[in-house]
Design a protein around this ligand. Structure first.
Ligand code: NAP
Length: 441
């Protein structure tokens, strides 16, 4: 019997568990830990609340969670409740699937002003992550600036631009919906430090911007390269650029009271403030160098900003004793192996890139590495460790309030029951509320 601990119950965690079942069948026991009492990681707290069909993938994880040899152990913080050294002592293999929950720092003057947020915090707020539930952004100004040209920037711009009825059917948390309903914003500027051909937005998500009730995207036709140059792009990117061309062509004919402006070749250099609160962004016009990187042209201008959300990527939380690649913002690893017996997968392995589905081959990849290290019992992994039973004894000794999958099902049921009309659920946003709903108080 091989005992595996997976830390993190997001897509990377569950795909790894699924892969372990395929590899060893009944010969493996998997415990999936999470610091929250609720599973699914970014599916719950990252994927946009108005993208419910994407969240549907959690049903696949549920099927894995309900099998006999996989347990969910929520409300356990590695580093506080149990150390990595203890886990590696208890389990034959430990896989870090902890994602990349921290914002990459913007690192410019003024990034500590009030009403400046990173996307982990901002997205976590409207998605009900307990760490950010109390964010209370000030939406009383008229102009938000969103930094970055990736899908998260698109999500944030769209959420800020939508009207209350456009959230019907979403699981945006009640407090965020209420606050967004009082928003005075009339403009979001999306700052891209490179050009339309370098956006990291996918076509479907970009296309959605053209179908909002009160908001319309605006692209300056002068920013677009000659159309013939689109031929060199890969098909997905070409499709995205086609959307930008359509937005540019629509021009004033598509005007609506709320605009989402694309400002390309625009690198933020400084955030300006008054009384400790952000009021504007100083920007340097850029151009691309021969390697496709953005370089400043010296042309500086300023735009007003009553709030700023930096959507420039994420990094993994280091864990004491685990080798960390600070430049990459992830664990130092070789194709998922940190050391024999300690592995990482998903964003914790490769950084924050790719789609949810990218984590599936990643999960299979790390299981292959574990299988290799187990060998025919002659590999560098020492097997025969106590596994879950050992953990249970330690948890009892420490008085940990474990939330198992059947406890999560109670939380789930309670959230569904208290949903506002038309919403799939109303999430609990505080850990103690979740614990209470699980009947564990
Ligand atoms: P991302 O795709 O890496 O985009 C980050 C953006 O920030 C890029 O445009 C990047 O520009 C820019 N940037 C980075 N550092 C900057 C700086 N210092 N100043 C100005 N701009 C800067 O990251 P993401 O949007 O956070 O998304 C993370 C992953 O989740 C991606 O794989 C994404 O596709 C995925 N995701 C998918 C969906 C969906 O499918 N619906 C939704 C959300 C997220 P450069 O290109 O110039 O570096």
């Amino acid at each position: 019997m091989l005992n595996i601990a997976i830390i993190g119950s997001g897509p990377a965690g569950y795909y790894t568990a699924e892969a372990a079942q395929k590899q060893w069948g009944d010969g493996v026991r998997v415990d999936i830990f999470d610091r929250l009492p609720v599973p699914y990681g970014l599916i719950r707290t990252g994927v946009a609340p108005d993208h419910q069909s994407i969240k549907g993938v959690s049903r696949r994880y549920e099927a894995v969670a309900l099998t006999d040899n996989v347990r969910f152990l929520g409300n356990v913080t590695v580093g506080t409740d149990i150390t990595i050294a203890e886990l590696t002592g208890l389990y034959d293999a430990v896989v870090l699937a902890t994602g990349a929950p921290n914002d990459k720092p913007l690192g410019i003057e003024g990034d500590d002003l009030a009403n400046v947020f990173g996307s982990a915090a901002f997205v976590g707020w409207y998605n009900g992550h307990p760490a950010f539930a109390g964010l209370e952004p000030d939406l009383s100004g008229s102009h938000a600036v969103v930094i970055g040209n990736g899908n998260v920037a698109l999500d944030v711009a769209r959420i800020l631009a939508k009207t209350t009825p456009e959230f019907t059917g979403s699981d945006i948390v009640g407090r965020a919906l209420e606050l967004l309903g009082t928003s005075s914003l009339t403009q979001v500027t999306l700052l891209g430090r490179r050009g339309p051909h370098q956006i990291a937005m996918t076509p479907k998500e970009l296309g959605e911007l053209g179908h909002l009730t009160r908001a319309a995207p605006r692209v300056d036709p002068a920013d677009l390269p000659p159309e013939a140059e689109d031929a060199a792009l890969d098909p997905g990117q070409r499709k995205s650029v086609t959307h930008l061309r359509a937005f540019a062509a629509a021009g004033d004919a598509a005007a609506k009271p709320f605009t989402v402006d694309f400002d390309f070749f625009a690198a933020p250099r400084r955030l300006l403030g008054e009384g400790g609160k952000v009021t504007g962004v100083e920007i340097e016009r850029t151009k691309l160098d021969e390697n496709g990187r953005a370089v400043g042209t010296g042309d500086i201008y300023t735009i007003p900003a009553s709030m700023v959300v930096a959507c420039i990527g994420y990094q993994t939380s280091p864990i004491p004793g685990v080798p960390f690649d600070a430049a990459g913002g992830r664990f130092a690893n070789e194709e998922g192996r940190i050391l024999p017996g300690l592995y990482c997968v998903g964003w914790a392995r490769r950084g924050p890139s790719g789609t949810i589905g990218t984590n599936r081959p990643d999960g299979f990849g790390v299981v292959e590495k574990i299988a290799h290290d187990v060998g025919a019992g002659d590999g560098p992994i020492e097997t025969g460790k106590p596994g879950g039973e050992g953990f249970d004894a330690l948890a009892a000794e420490r008085g940990l309030k474990l939330v198992e999958f059947h406890d999560w099902q109670k939380i789930d049921e309670a959230e569904v029951k208290r949903a506002r009309e038309g919403a799939p659920r109303e999430k609990f946003v505080a850990v103690d509320e979740m614990i209470r709903a699980a009947g564990k108080h």
